[in-house]
Design a protein around this ligand. Structure first.
Ligand code: IPM
Ligand code: MG
Length: 360
């Protein structure tokens, strides 16, 4: 019996279309082996959507995503739109997608690949064996709290305001995701907050402690975010699963990604309660190398593997893709961002070709 899935493709901006093209080839190649059939639809988001429709998240794009089984996103953004009003910025489309699909849980793995260990800016002994999962809350906190805006005070002076707010329900549901993920990994969960200063963080900590009663086999610890940032670069191997809010997670996941030395290798998953998940690389749209066949498609390809594993419950297909990525690295193929001496330089398409061969 063939299992059919509707996949929405959002290539977006910059290198997005190039890395998406490689990934679609990979998905098409593995489908028959696993009795899968994918029905792809491609719709615009971000800068591409602004240029086409004037809206970074056209309603048709959100509708298409809602009707899908999973959404594969590449990257959005570029210099061209950097000075546009907020409603006309690519990032606004991405945030609208996250809230529109209620993707409150963002999973960002940072795993050191043995083949790329020397690409890290930290010493080998510090990073060897690092395997961290950052669970970031994605639809709340200071990104979305009200009031927000730039207001004029009585004296005519402008005042910029954002509000960091979390309700108990928002904390509980992301905490449960954090504990569930920790259960499947090393059974250690570190919740990161700023409870020494922020009331919103005190509530966060109280609720996480409360929820931990349901997960007695997970060892729970807490760190303030400043200390967590320091510990991540000092001794990253102490971490297994990190649970944190939207802004802290944004920052810490970039730091965790860089431990691996290759942000071009890292996938992510954004999940909600029932709607389709969105799977995307952690890196951005790299407008400086767009259209030059220099981009590393592997984070996008690994995002497709995460889509199969976490979005579609097709772990065998996911494993086949992940193994092919390891194989091409073992064979020495490298794009510019992960190049090191004596390795074989390939472009984006070239990496796609060797991947297809490695899939067998
Ligand atoms: C990320 C990005 C986004 C964020 C931007 C592009 C809105 O930095 O996915 O981490 O801040 O969440
Ligand atoms: Mg970020």
């Amino acid at each position: 019996m063939v299992r059919e899935y509707r996949i929405t493709l959002l290539p977006g901006d910059g290198i997005g279309p190039e890395i998406m093209a490689v990934t679609v080839q990979v998905l098409k190649a593995i489908a028959p082996t696993h009795d899968l059939q994918f029905h792809f639809s491609e719709v615009p988001i971000g800068g591409a959507a602004i240029d086409a429709t004037g809206n970074p998240l056209p309603p048709e794009t959100l509708d298409d995503c809602r009707q899908s089984d999973a959404v594969l996103l590449a990257a959005i953004g570029g210099y061209k739109w950097d000075n546009s009003p907020r409603s006309q910025r690519p990032e606004t489309g991405l945030l609208g997608l996250r809230s529109g699909l209620e993707l409150f849980a963002n999973l960002r793995p940072a795993t050191i690949l043995p083949q790329l260990i020397d690409a890290s800016s930290l010493k080998r002994e510090v990073v060897e064996g690092v395997d961290i999962m950052v669970v970031r809350e994605l639809t709340g906190g200071v990104y979305f709290g009200q009031p927000k805006g730039i207001f004029e005070t009585e004296t005519g002076e402008k005042r910029g305001v954002n509000t960091m707010a979390y309700s108990e329900g928002e904390i509980d549901r992301i905490a449960k995701v954090g504990f569930e993920i920790a259960c499947k990994r090393g059974k250690k969960l570190c919740s990161v907050d700023k409870a020494n200063v922020l009331d919103v963080s005190q509530l966060w900590r109280d609720r996480v402690v409360q929820i931990s009663a349901e997960y007695s086999d997970v060892e729970l610890s807490h760190l303030y975010v400043d200390n967590a940032a320091m510990q991540l670069v000092r001794a990253p191997k102490q971490f297994d699963t990190i649970l944190t809010g939207n802004l802290f997670g944004d920052i810490l996941s970039d730091a965790a990604a860089m431990l691996t030395g290759s942000i071009g290798m890292l996938p992510s998953a954004s999940l909600g309660a029932d709607k389709p998940g969105v799977f995307e690389p952690v890196h951005g749209s790299a407008p400086d190398i767009a259209g030059q066949d220099k981009a590393n498609p592997l984070a996008q390809v690994l995002s497709a593997a995460m889509m199969l594993r976490y979005g579609l419950d097709e772990p065998e297909a996911a494993t086949q893709i992940e193994k092919a990525v390891m194989a091409v690295l073992d064979q020495g193929y490298r794009t510019g961002d992960i190049m090191s001496p004596n390795m074989k330089a390939v472009g984006c398409q070239g990496m796609g070709e060797v991947l297809l061969k490695a899939l067998g």
